[in-house]
Design a protein. Sequence first.
Length: 99
Amino acid sequence: MIEIFDDRRDKYANDRFQAWRRNNPDGFLLNPKSPTKYQLHSVDCRHLGDSANTRDDYDESLTAKPKDCSLGVEELERWAEERGAAVIGYSHCIEYEAE
Ligand SMILES: [Zn+2]
């Protein structure tokens, strides 16, 4: 199942995203780099800071750019493909080879 956390849809998206990270430590997320390229990260990516952080710990909301989360990389790949986007990697926080 894909969970979407997006400030444009939900003013509590940042807090809900952080809760999802805490509850799904083995999960993954897509961060949009452009409309056709989404970058894959693990939920414990250090660039996102600690999952216990609140909105006040950041200058900008973590979900100012929508975050698409799932427990499965393949599900996220299909999700991106359906939207005409490619998943890019290797990322710094996960071993992933783009096709
Ligand atoms: Zn990362």
